[in-house]
Each structure stands twice: as C-alpha cells, then as structure tokens.
Design a protein around this ligand. Structure first.
Ligand code: ADP
Ligand code: MG
Length: 328
C-alpha cells in the first residue's frame, strides 16, 4: 500500500490518505502551491489523460482569478476600483457572487476585499512589527464586501471605492479543486482525489474498493495515525498553513486577516472543514479562523452536512457536534 502524506498542519498533525498502486498520481505547482491529482481507472492511459486535463483546468482558473497576474480579469477589476465597472466572464462573476454569499453567511468574516490591506503584510515567517495603526485604519476602511457591486445584466463587477482590491486566496484553491474533479469525472474517472496543499476532495472509492479516509497523524510520529476521519466522497480543507505567518511582539500571526480590524487573526492554529463542496469548505475554513473558536463552532453547528475540527493556539482540539472521528 502506498501512503501519501497529503498535508502537514503546523507539524502538529499530518493528514494522510492511502491509495493503492495502479492509480495515476501527479504533482504540480499551481496557484503558488503544490497540487496532487490522483485518478483511478482500469486504463492507465485514460487516467493519465484525465490528470493532465485536471492540471490544465487549474492553470486556466489561475489565469482568470490571479490578482498578481496583470493580465487577469481580476486585476482589471482591481485597477478600475472607484473608476468603472468591468465586464467579466460568467465564471468569474459567479465566483464573486458565491464569495459574497459566504460573506453574508459569516457576517463579513470572509471577505475577498480583504486584499486592500494585503500589501501591509509579508507572511514569510519572519519577525516584523505590526504595521502602523494609521495605515491599518486607512486600508481597513476599504474592506467591505457590500461595496463589491455586481450587475447581472451587464455582467460587470465594480469596486465602489478607490483603493479597494479583491483576492481569492481563501476560496480559489477550493474552486480549482472542484473544477479539476469535474473535468476528471467528465473524462470517465469515477474514483479520484485532488489535493491542493491540504484542500482536498475525493470521490468514488480507493482502488481496493474501500472508502476514502483521512488519517490524522500522531503529532510525535507523523507516520502513525491516531485517528481516522472517514470522508467517503467529499472535501476536507485545512486552513492555517504554518509557512505563512509572521511573529510580532513574541506572538505568531496567521496569514488570515480579520476584515473588521485589519489585523491578522490569532487564537486558532488550524481549522479543518469537512463537507461535500471544496470551495465552500475552503471559504469556511478561513471564516472559522476569523470568527474564533466559539463563534466559528456555533456557525458550523448550524450548517447541515458541514463539520469542523479546530486546533487552538493552546493546542486544544475542538470539533463540531456531528464530526465523525474514529479513534484506533
Ligand atoms: P490556506 O492557504 O492555509 O489554505 P486559507 O484558505 O484560509 O488558507 O487562505 C488564506 C488566504 O486568504 C490568505 O493568504 C489571503 O490571501 C486570503 N485572506 C486572508 N484573510 C481573508 C479574509 N478574511 N477573507 C477572505 N480571504 C482572506
Ligand atoms: Mg480558505
């Protein structure tokens, strides 16, 4: 049996899935992170073609949504903030519409217009000062998802104020994983897995006919599982990449910004969401960070079919009411 380490959460946990030989796996660097695609099919040629198409699909989405690529439609929206509405593809329009829905659901904890403040922070693990208060105040005033104006007739997106900016860092990987899965399924792959650096979706069965599951590794021995999260078909997404953080005044700050304050969140080390949809899981994992453990769990407990596992800064492990964990 081949064992793939899918993701490491802060070196405290590793999420591991098991796949059988025969499945085609491919790793690729996309959207600034490591993806791994797995296709299981009796014909390896079909599996390889599907994995290739999945990777192409993710690159296509990256070109559409990247706010770093000057030529993307997202950059055009940002350049025209406070100036004029920008016409965009249906796909980007709908992604923004869904992002705004999550903002509504989370009372603004999730907000793609957080990006107005992005330039004040460098999350490269270094020690830094928190940015000056007046600069934070100026940038945080530009964060407000209600000022992202969609016109469904003209298919335009308008950022109402100058200095506004949007970015899909907290939802794009989940969307891309959903799309890669759809493309692979469309090519006849009835069982497979897409892992976007810890944002993963699996469908069908493993090659041996068993359900997909995620092993939660022993913090002291990553090759040893302490618990098992049955996933079957669906998504498991973890937020809280420990490579993206900075330290100020002896405190560690995550790369997730609280849109209300403009400061990075503290309190939660990792948030894992289990639900059928990778994009929603991605957005909600980020939201839970911002909401904190109490409000975050309260929100997840209200949502049917969505579960959550939180590791706090104090290494407390909390889970939503119906999370199914099997201990060995
Ligand atoms: P990870 O990269 O660990 O999977 P997330 O999915 O939570 O983490 O994405 C974090 C990224 O989301 C940040 O790097 C940033 O680009 C963006 N982001 C930060 N804060 C917010 C927020 N409050 N709402 C939406 N996006 C955010
Ligand atoms: Mg996210």
């Amino acid at each position: 049996m081949r064992k793939i380490v899918l993701s490491t959460v802060f070196g405290l946990f590793a999420l591991t899935a098991f796949a059988q030989p025969g499945a085609v796996h491919q790793a690729a660097k996309l959207m600034g992170c490591g993806f791994e695609l797995t296709a299981i099919h009796e014909d390896p040629v079909v599996a390889r073609e599907a994995v290739k198409a999945g990777i192409e699909e993710i690159s296509r989405i990256e070109r559409l949504i990247s706010s770093w690529d000057e030529n993307s439609q997202t950059s055009a929206i940002n350049r025209n903030a406070g100036i004029e509405p920008v016409q965009v593809d249906e796909e980007l329009f709908q992604l923004i519409r869904r992002s705004l829905k999550v903002s509504g659901l989370t009372d603004g904890a999730f907000d793609i217009s957080f990006a107005a403040i992005e330039k004040l922070y460098v999350f490269d693990g270094s020690a830094q000062e928190l940015p000056p208060e007046d600069e934070v105040a100026r940038s945080v005033a530009k964060i407000n998802y209600r000022n992202i104006i969609l016109d469904p007739d003209k298919h335009t997106v308008f950022l109402k104020e100058k200095g506004m900016r949007i970015g899909f860092g907290a939802i794009g990987k989940g969307y891309a994983a959903n799309r890669a899965r759809a493309v692979m399924k469309g090519m006849g792959i009835e069982s497979g897995l897409v892992n976007a650096s810890g944002d993963l979706t699996c469908w069908g069965k493993q090659e041996d006919g068993k359900d997909w599951g995620i092993a939660i590794a022993d913090p002291d021995d990553k090759m040893k599982a302490i618990a098992w999260l049955p996933v079957g078909e669906g998504a498991v997404v973890t937020s809280g990449d420990y490579e993206k953080y900075f330290v100020a005044g002896g405190r560690r700050y995550a790369h997730i910004i609280d849109p209300r304050t403009g400061y990075p969140t503290t309190g939660i080390k990792s948030a894992t969401i289990v639900c059928p949809d990778t994009e929603l899981a991605d957005a909600l994992a980020t939201s839970v960070f911002v909401l904190g453990k109490e409000k975050g769990l309260a929100l997840i407990n209200q949502l049917k079919g969505i579960e959550c596992l939180i590791v706090t800064e104090e290494n407390e492990i909390l889970s939503s009411n119906n999370l199914e964990i099997q201990y060995e």
